[in-house]
Design a protein around this ligand. Structure first.
Ligand code: SF4
Length: 342
């Protein structure tokens, strides 16, 4: 079977939003490698290969999928969900899990406080299955992937590819992918928002007017998009990372910033009670690969222009957005940490 995905490219050069969503869905399901070929339909060029295919198969919307069987027969799918279900043998929607009640999460937070991170993850993966996603930032929260793999239950992993990560981080993500044999969905910013932003304000506006707008486009919107397909997510947040913004995070909570597929989203912080030293002990004991930037004085690692090495005695978050006040040093992914509940 050979699968061609036809995507539409808008006149500004960005892919259409629906095409990007279809790609994100395939990636988050670990199915992206099943697409053999991408063909672009340029909206203002009727002679582009994708437009020609649309004409040939009488399809007017993108994305669409052309599946050619071994006997040469071709079938066209205009629905991504139908294509996934019928041709990739996957249910497009992850296994149903019963709705979460706030009381259940509060109870889990109480009973799991003090448990080993692997126990907290096990609770989440038993409760939500692969509708729980691990957020991997390319730093020491690789511990989550290690513990989830050791637990033997299926899980999903994604990382936010802001386009501004260090080259070392990209290589490291690939090292982790190979070491654990996991698909890591690289979730990109929406180009239709990013490109005008960069045109208007350049590549370093955060040094002048703060990181919020850039983080909003490169991190928060992509995260909102990917989480809308899950019921729960697990982060590598720890209380000792930032007394100002993370000092009180529970091991399990209802996310106050993002929603999940059709309802509340559960957020697990399995490493909440661990110290940096405990995480590093695990990495060393289990020979878990780490980002080589850690050996050059980087502790909390984010985007290249917004992360610096720290000096002995400095707090680890001192190396992030160092030109801003302490209480503003979150990128919006965990903004609920600093808001009053409710
Ligand atoms: S960390 Fe810096 S480069 Fe990365 S998204 Fe935020 S402001 Fe932009």
């Amino acid at each position: 079977m050979h699968v061609t995905m036809v995507k539409k490219r808008l006149s500004g050069g960005a892919p259409c939003r629906k095409c990007q969503q279809a790609e994100d869905l395939l990636r988050s399901r670990g199915l992206w490698s099943r697409i053999d070929e991408i063909v672009w339909a340029d909206e203002d060029d009727p002679s582009s290969p994708g437009m020609q295919l649309g004409q040939k198969h009488q399809v007017k919307v993108a994305p669409f999928f052309i599946v050619r069987d071994d006997d040469g027969k071709e079938l066209v799918y205009e629905s991504s969900l139908k294509f996934i279900k019928e041709r990739l043998g996957e249910e497009p929607v992850k296994a149903e899990v019963s709705a979460v009640e706030p009381g259940e999460v509060e109870e889990a937070a109480r009973s799991l406080e003090g448990s080993h991170p692997s126990e907290i993850l096990r609770w989440g993966l038993s409760r939500f299955g692969d509708r729980l996603a691990l957020a991997f930032s390319g730093a020491e929260d690789v511990a989550l992937i290690h513990l989830a793999r050791a637990g033997g239950l299926p899980f999903s992993v994604f990382t936010l590819d802001t386009g501004r990560l260090h080259p070392e981080t990209y290589r490291y993500i690939d090292t982790v992918r190979k070491r654990y044999g996991v698909e890591i969905a690289m979730v990109s910013p929406d180009r239709t928002t990013l490109e005008p932003f960069v045109r208007r304000k350049g590549l370093f506006s955060f040094y002048d007017d703060g990181h919020e707008e850039c983080c909003g486009i490169r991190k928060v919107e992509p995260l909102r998009r990917v989480l809308s397909g899950f019921a729960a997510w697990a982060t590598g947040q720890r209380r000792d990372q930032s007394p100002a913004t993370r000092g009180a995070i529970p091991v399990c909570e209802i996310d106050r910033t993002f929603s999940g597929a059709g309802g509340p989203l559960v957020k697990l912080n399995p490493l909440a009670a661990w110290t940096s030293a405990e995480v590093w002990q695990l990495l060393r004991d289990e020979e878990i690969p780490w980002n080589p930037l850690h050996e050059r004085g980087f502790v909390s690692i984010g985007c290249e222009p917004c992360t610096r090495a720290i000096l002995p005695g400095e707090h680890e978050r001192a190396g992030r957005w160092w030109w801003e006040e302490n209480t503003k040093r979150e990128c919006g992914l965990h903004i609920g940490n600093t808001r009053a509940p409710g």
